[in-house]
Design a protein around this ligand. Structure first.
Ligand code: SAH
Length: 346
């Protein structure tokens, strides 16, 4: 049962300080509690051992800490770990720990379900939908950091917003979570190690540029031809490529940051020379990197990964046009933890 008490982590540090002053205590008590809530990731008021018992009871009466609970953890044969994360209202999202020899990357969710409708993505089929709160995003990162220390003997090094949901459709909460993740009062991670991946919401990309964010941006393009893109990502009819491109130009002008494009090549959909040529035309205005990602099947075969010949062609044409290209293999397929498979089947 969701509690009617207020989630204490919805309060800013200043609001918490004011609350304590109103209670006849010192503002400094707010700092101490704030540190427990974020930096020390306390799960209960009981954990706050340098706070008097009386104050802890008072907090208990006024607030809850809506901490996520890792409901189920699955480990892939390649070392990838998938967490099914239960939220305070019983809904579930998934997050993934992806280890390599030098890094541990957390792939986190920003929404329950997704507000967009990409035909090739399992998340878009979920019925329930709500935005995650900043603390629910932050907690996924903390849980993966703990798992990385426990199983791989090192802290988390990178974060990608490539789990369930469209981060730019939950703009404020995602930015608040990143603020906490990068703040010395939270996890103190460098924003350069964070990638926000978007299906491409032009207005919000402009806002990111105006807000001078310091994390990296990745765009899930999949096609640079409107007709094709709309057929696989129907919201493209509302936000056509011309608008996306002009928002990216604005982003590049303001940030001078390289843009990464995620791109799956499917047989019969975008595997022809004209598709690559359109991609080159779309991204050549700024330094770009294209990640050709492997398709993870989610259905009965409407979408098929293109042949390696088609991938080779993409790679050759992009390189000839001085566009950096990487070919990515999927991780964690045996536990449905790969891109586009997060749908909480467990
Ligand atoms: N909504 C955001 C982030 C979540 S999806 C976005 O669209 O970027 C993370 C990445 O997985 C996106 O690049 C998406 O296009 C890709 N993806 C979705 N379904 C996939 C699938 N079945 N196989 C491979 N990649 C997929």
């Amino acid at each position: 049962m969701a509690s009617t008490k207020k989630d204490i982590r919805a309060l800013t540090k200043n609001q918490l300080r004011t609350f304590f002053v109103e209670q006849g205590d010192k503002a400094f008590r707010g700092n101490q509690v704030y540190e427990w809530l974020w930096k020390k990731s306390a799960h209960s008021f009981e954990d706050m051992t340098n706070i008097s018992l009386e104050t802890r009871f008072m907090l208990e009466e006024n607030f809850v800490i809506n901490h996520i609970k890792v409901d189920q953890m699955q480990r892939s044969s390649d070392g990838t770990i998938k967490n099914a994360v239960q939220l305070h209202d019983g809904l579930i999202v998934e997050s993934v720990l992806i280890p390599t020899s030098t890094r541990t990357t957390a792939c986190v969710s920003s929404q329950v379900g997704c507000s967009l409708d990409c035909k090739f993505c399992a998340t878009s089929r979920l019925k329930r939908m709500r935005n995650l709160n900043p603390d629910e995003i932050y907690d996924q990162v903390v849980a993966i950091d703990n798992e990385s220390r426990l199983y791989y003997d090192r802290p988390l090094s990178n974060i990608v917003f490539m789990g369930m949901g469209e981060p730019l459709m939950n703009y404020n909460n995602v930015l608040k979570a990143i603020d906490k993740i990068t703040s010395p009062e939270g996890l103190g991670m460098s924003p350069k190690r964070i990638v926000v991946s978007t299906s491409g919401v032009p207005k919000m990309i402009r806002k990111l540029a105006d807000d001078r964010v310091r994390f990296k941006l990745a765009v899930s393009l999949h096609s640079a031809i409107d007709e094709v893109r709309t057929s696989i990502m129907p919201f493209n009819a509302t936000f056509p490529l011309k608008e996306l491109r002009s928002a990216l130009e604005y982003w590049y002008e303001k940030t001078k940051n390289r843009i990464t494009y995620e791109y799956v090549v499917w047989e019969g959909i975008n595997d022809k020379r004209k598709d690559v040529d359109a991609l080159v035309e779309f991204c050549k205005f700024a330094p770009s990197k294209v990640n050709l990602i492997e398709y993870n099947p989610i259905d009965d075969g409407e979408f098929q990964q293109a042949s390696s010949k088609a991938i080779d062609m993409y790679q050759a044409v992009l390189e000839a046009n001085h566009i950096t290209v990487t070919v990515r293999r999927s991780r964690g397929k045996d536990i449905d933890a790969a891109c586009g498979q997060l749908a909480n089947k467990a």
